[in-house]
Design a protein around this ligand. Structure first.
Ligand code: ZN
Length: 149
């Protein structure tokens, strides 16, 4: 990875941590779930409205480190307007990127690649994947808590 790319990725993470996108509760959301990463102390709630199999609205609240907050922010941007199947596919690609045996095996995933560097820091992988485990729980088994442990 070039130095320029690395600093661009760093900027994206800092920006999304300072000004998280879709950082709001959605009152009466169709599907919600809590996420808990006890190792770092990240806790969040994800809210999703699904209509006709498509994610029409998505938001999150909570307290977490810079990586989990930036990851949740980038995730909500990426998932808005996606179908549930597309969301599941993106979950797999993201997971492959940060924790899979071969980096980038799933192909490019745009701005989400800003988080690719966490694969070198196993503790941080849990921070980056927490929002994704939480949204998967919200979509598949709403009301449950996703835990990284
Ligand atoms: Zn964390």
């Amino acid at each position: 990875m070039t130095v320029d790319l690395r600093s661009l990725y760093q900027e994206i993470i800092v920006d999304h941590n300072r000004r998280p996108r879709n950082f709001r509760e959605i009152p009466g959301a169709d599907r919600t779930a809590n996420g808990d990463n006890p190792l770092c102390g990240d806790r969040l709630t994800v809210y999703v409205n699904v209509r006709g199999g498509m994610i029409r609205d998505i938001g999150f609240t909570g307290n977490g480190c810079a990586i989990s907050t930036a990851s949740a922010s980038l995730m909500t941007e990426a998932l808005l307007g996606k179908t549930e199947q597309e969301a599941a596919a993106l979950f797999e690609k993201f997971h492959d990127m940060v924790a899979g045996p071969e980096r980038g095996a799933g192909g490019s995933i745009g701005k989400l690649e800003a988080l690719a560097g966490v694969r070198e820091f196993p503790v941080r992988v849990k921070c980056a994947t927490l929002p994704w485990h939480t949204v998967r729980t919200a979509l598949n088994t709403p009301g449950r808590t996703a835990s990284t442990e």
